[in-house]
Design a protein around this ligand. Structure first.
Ligand code: NDP
Length: 295
């Protein structure tokens, strides 16, 4: 029987742990973590994500400091806000929701966030630390989506050490940090991308497949080795014609129904990686808060 990896449930468990930890910190030191959430403009998907992140943060006891700026905000004004938040004592984590409007350079903004307050784990210093720190370092701020994937993998009854893992996609926010995390677990890691030759063959040799491509159902069932574990990061909106009626559907990068026939365990879309990403953002904010208390 293929195990369905329930991201909703695992994320809920992580949020419960964080809530208990934040309650205990509050009673010991009288303070709770603070997360500044910055949104520029009104991209519909960003508003949905910001709303979900804000709601989840409040539920675990994190203070949310909300900054919703107009689409016309200049790069200079956004930078000034980030510098202000960097120096604000009640802010432990800063999240700037991407994408930013075209007139703002995203990398300049991400680099301006103080590395100790980098709730997304995207700052170059934290990217570097992820690459060189030991796997037991609990103080690291790690990109949320790949860390969520790792939690799901570690929750399975398998020994990751020595496994062949393929990460399809090499983005800075998912693919590359995912590869680093799997390497730390002593997996033998292949990172595939749009120029990879014979992707199907490479995929067939993997014990673990992490798909982060952004192409609906690109990874076919036949690419999955019998008994492999499949983590589907993709979130793609497609239109389905059901008896003449056009409906929107959310699908992953993996052909779930076919891949499930071969996989030992697989994440669904939705309800897999998505909820883990938000829970890991709250985890990073809590880590940043605890780190700030040590300084
Ligand atoms: P990017 O577009 O930044 O990266 C996509 C990667 O896929 C690139 O490295 C690209 O290769 C590779 N790729 C594209 N086409 C192919 C192909 N035909 N064969 C092999 N590789 C290919 O995407 P992200 O990493 O930001 O996101 C990936 C997916 O994950 C998206 O669906 C996104 O919505 C989803 N996502 C989900 C999250 C969640 O919380 N569940 C969070 C973040 C993302 P190359 O580098 O050569 O161009």
């Amino acid at each position: 029987m293929t195990k369905l990896i329930n991201g909703k449930e695992i994320a809920q468990n992580l949020r419960n742990q964080l809530k208990a930890e934040i309650d205990s910190l509050k009673s010991k030191i009288g303070k709770v973590p603070g997360l500044a959430v910055v949104q520029v403009g009104n991209v519909a998907a960003s508003s949905v994500y910001v709303k979900a992140k804000t709601k989840s943060a409040k539920e675990v006891g994190i203070d949310v400091i909300d900054h919703h700026l107009s689409q016309e905000t200049s790069e200079k004004d956004l930078l000034e806000l980030v510098y202000k938040l960097n120096n604000q004592d009640n802010v432990n984590g800063i999240l700037v929701q991407l994408p930013l409007p075209n007139h703002i350079n995203e990398q300049i903004i991400l680099d301006s966030i103080h590395p100790n307050k980098d709730a997304d784990g995207f700052h170059p210093l934290n990217v570097g630390k992820l690459s060189i720190a030991s796997k037991n370092d609990e103080n690291l701020l790690i990109p949320c989506t790949p860390y969520g994937c790792l939690i799901m993998l570690k929750g399975l009854d398998i020994n990751l050490s020595g496994m062949n893992a393929i990460v399809i996609g090499r983005s800075n926010i998912v693919g590359k940090p995912m590869a680093q995390l799997l390497l730390k677990e002593s997996c033998t890691v292949t990172v595939a991308h749009s120029k990879t030759k014979n992707l199907e063959e490479v995929c067939k040799s993997a014990d673990i497949v992490v798909a982060a491509v952004g192409r609906p159902q690109m990874v076919k069932g036949g690419w999955i080795k019998k008994g492999a574990v499949v983590i589907d990061v993709g979130i793609n909106r497609i239109k389905l014609n059901t008896n003449g009626e056009i409906k929107n559907k959310l699908v992953g990068d993996v052909d779930f129904i076919e891949a499930k026939k071969n996989a030992a365990a697989i994440t669904p879309v939705p309800g897999g990686v998505g909820p883990m990403t938000i829970a890991c953002l709250l985890r990073n904010t809590t880590i940043a808060f605890k780190n700030s208390q040590k300084n």
